[in-house]
Design a protein around this ligand. Sequence first.
Ligand code: 13P
Ligand code: SF4
Length: 330
Amino acid sequence: MDVLEEINVKGYIDEPIDPDIDLFDEIDRLKKEKNAIILAHYYQDPDIQDIADYIGDSLGLSQQAAKTDADIIVFAGVHFMAETAKILSPDKKVLLPDVKAGCSLSDSCPPHLFAKFKERYPDHLVITYVNCTAELKALSDIVCTSSNAVQIVESLPKDQKIIFGPDKNLGAYVAKKTGRDLVLWNGACMVHEIFSQQRIIKLKERHPEAKFIAHPECEESILKMADYIGSTTGLLKYTINNPAKEFIVATESGIIHQMEKSNPDKVFIPAPPTNTCACNDCPHMKRNTLEKLYLCIKNELPEVTLPADTIARARKPIERMLEISAKLGL
Ligand code: 13P
Ligand code: SF4
């Protein structure tokens, strides 16, 4: 199997690694040698977060991708995030340690079906959550993330009709917060949809002083119980600024690494899902490993590329989001 075939089948290069090398040192050396930057989402493994140049939520990562002067962006996240980086920095090489790191929410909205759905609402503006393919962004008027969705809807005239996709839970949350009647696409994230209301209620009873914090991709029944709702960065900031000593966290468990680093005297309990696991990991995010990251920066593969016309069409709604966010100081 040649390298590209291997990437096609496995999603990454499966090359033996010298057991004597220190992966942290090697990645650091390669990063400097190649003028590369590592951008990592909070849901990545702690090792990857610790070697990253920037860790953030989807908005922060897009802002970094748009302004970096590195030649290579190594995106430790999932495919739609690396695509967004490519759209914002088309002249740079964008790498993803495992190109099969997808997203169930993005998969729940195939662009050809969304295009038909959109035809039913010709007078509606289309806002899409960044967790979608480049092709879907290209069908949108404005992109948003969980940290600016409410403000982006509020920035539009009150009588503006809006389609919101692909996440029905975030859409329902935004509709409630803004008092707008949004037409929602029926998509969801597999990680945020399986938190167990009953197990969380029991956990809250055992930790009566704990604050319960949740990501807006969770279902309404979970959000109703929350003391705070926000993007991953919002949740992290809340744990820093709130004097509580215990927090029950309803989002992917990777964020707890930064919460513990920022608050060594506080306790973080992952909110339990409906299965028998104690916490909730995203299988797509966790496809990336330190070993794959090393091989990716060393071989400059797998690379994420997009057709020039998709980049041009998808760029406009992302830039609109970044402009509104900059105006609002987000
Ligand atoms: P944010 O980090 O933007 O809150 O997004 C969460 C998420 O599910 C990313 O896949
Ligand atoms: Fe997609 Fe959910 Fe995983 Fe985020 S946590 S990458 S929305 S499946």
